[in-house]
Design a protein around this ligand. Structure first.
Ligand code: MLT
Ligand code: ZN
Length: 461
């Protein structure tokens, strides 16, 4: 490693011991080699700029690192890269109640922003199970979604301004927190979801909104996969939902065992839907419930009677990902338009049953947003490399179904390393050529998270 890193950073900002390399060199994926050469912890925008300029001159590859909760290997360093952790840039810099804006350094934890908003009488609505450790910079870099998208949209919808250090080491200020700004290309949106391949987000102006009413949670047991969408459409005819999630019985069993939770209903069903709505919609929700039962779509259901019960019901959904971690799951994160979902589910379900008869499969996800998580679990006696190789054999067939319906092979987890070579199932060749060209402009020395997101060749495996 060139000496200059030691000149740019103090001892406490630079780690090279193997435990630190392993800890900061990866995300939640467990299938890639972890081999960074150093971890640096900048404390200011100036330090990030100096680092990028040094890396450009020396040809040192940099990997940005936030809360390391990613699921696609976007923050994995496998080739001696220097990992740039934003853990020490974790301050809320500014708040303005009139503008409803909070300026965060990249390393602010999502939950810190959520709690800050509540303290000020507002609400930051983007939420997901990893909110306690994920960071705002990472959320923006992956356009994180989560459990409230049906009502509040994605991280992109809450970013009013961004400060970004490009691959040239320039600091650019995108949109300055403005609501209206018709001055040409909105570069802010280019960086949102770019996974650190164009520049490193150092500060973000995040929008807040009004606090919602008290929320009620309902969990419904549903036998037929296709009926989940009938239930969604029926409730949406008479109320606005804050969330509409689903999970299979297999997923429920895993989370109940892992967290020692109570099952939601007396009996079991093949699938469950979790709905959340405002207190003022409770009567409409009750009527809709009676109707979906009468139609035979729902067998049984439960409505939260307290905030504690609402939280307990949410755990059944939010704890699934963590409960599957011990099975080294192969994760699919697919999306199609909601109108395409019934036919898509049927085809993917048939394909999965035929292709993976020997593997346990857990379904869950944000079905109200057209987003399915399909997790294939590794049998304990199968080696992880062999398991992933087997899953990669089938993935193209699943992705062909996605492509045939103009869907996405990565709805919200990002592309990173895991989906990189499959990008062409969702993005066209001309689009990928433009993406490559944009990367050359903003990162001419190819030092910003190289090897991530953009396929090395044609975009198909
Ligand atoms: C979720 O919806 O629980 C997250 O996207 C994480 C996951 O899919 O495992
Ligand atoms: Zn998800």
């Amino acid at each position: 490693m060139p000496q200059a890193l030691d000149e740019l950073f103090s001892d406490k900002q630079l780690k090279r011991d193997s435990a630190s390399l392993q800890r900061w060199g990866c995300d939640w994926t467990r299938s890639f080699e972890i081999a960074p050469s150093a971890i640096v912890f900048p404390e200011s925008v100036d330090e990030v700029q100096a680092l990028v300029r040094y890396a450009k001159t020396e040809g040192v590859a940099l990997v940005p690192s936030g809360g390391r909760t990613g699921l696609s290997g976007g923050a994995v360093a496998s080739h001696g890269e220097v990992v740039v952790s934003f853990d020490r840039m974790n301050q809320i810099l500014d708040f303005n109640a009139t503008d409803r804006l909070v300026t965060c350094q990249a390393g602010v934890i999502t939950q810190t922003l959520q709690e800050f908003a509540v303290d000020k009488g507002f609400f930051y609505p983007v939420d997901f199970a990893s909110a306690g450790s994920s960071q705002i910079g990472g959320n923006v870099a992956t356009n994180a979604g989560g459990i409230k998208v049906i009502r509040y949209g994605l991280t992109r919808d809450w970013v009013a301004g961004l400060r970004v250090v490009t691959g040239d080491g320039e600091l650019i200020d995108c949109n300055q927190g403005l609501i209206k700004n018709a001055t040409g290309y909105d570069l802010r949106h280019l960086f949102i979801g770019s996974e650190g391949t164009l520049g490193f987000i150092v500060e973000a102006d995040m929008r807040l909104t009004r606090q919602p009413q008290t929320q009620y949670v309902m969990v419904l047991g549903i036998e037929q996969f296709g009926d989940i969408l009938n239930v969604l459409a029926h409730f949406q005819e008479s109320l606005s939902l804050s969330a509409f999630e689903f999970f299979s019985e297999a997923a429920l069993q895993k989370v109940v065992a892992h967290r020692d939770l109570q099952r939601p209903l007396a009996g079991s069903a093949d699938f469950y839907a979790l709905l959340e709505f405002d207190e003022s919609a409770i009567d409409a929700a009750g009527r809709s419930y009676e109707e979906v039962v009468a139609k035979g779509w729902v067998g049984d259901g439960v409505l939260s009677q307290s905030q504690a019960q609402a939280e307990a019901l949410w755990q059944l959904r939010e704890g699934i990902s963590e409960s599957l971690a011990e099975f080294t799951p192969y994760k699919n994160d697919l999306s199609v338009r909601v109108s395409q979902m019934p036919a898509f589910i049927e085809d993917v379900d048939a394909l999965v049953r035929a292709s993976y008869p020997e593997f346990e499969v857990c379904w869950y996800g944000h079905i109200g947003d057209g987003n399915l998580h399909l997790n294939i679990l590794k049998p304990a006696d199968l080696d992880v490399t062999a398991f992933y190789a087997r899953c990669h054999e089938i993935s193209p067939r699943i992705f062909e179904q996605v492509s045939a319906r103009n869907g996405s092979i990565s709805a919200e987890h990002g592309v990173g390393l895991l989906k990189r070579d499959f990008l062409g199932y969702t993005r066209s060749q001309p689009e990928m050529a433009i993406m490559q060209a944009v990367k050359k402009v903003l990162d001419p020395a190819a030092i910003m998270n190289p090897g991530k997101l953009l396929p090395r060749t044609g975009g198909f495996h």
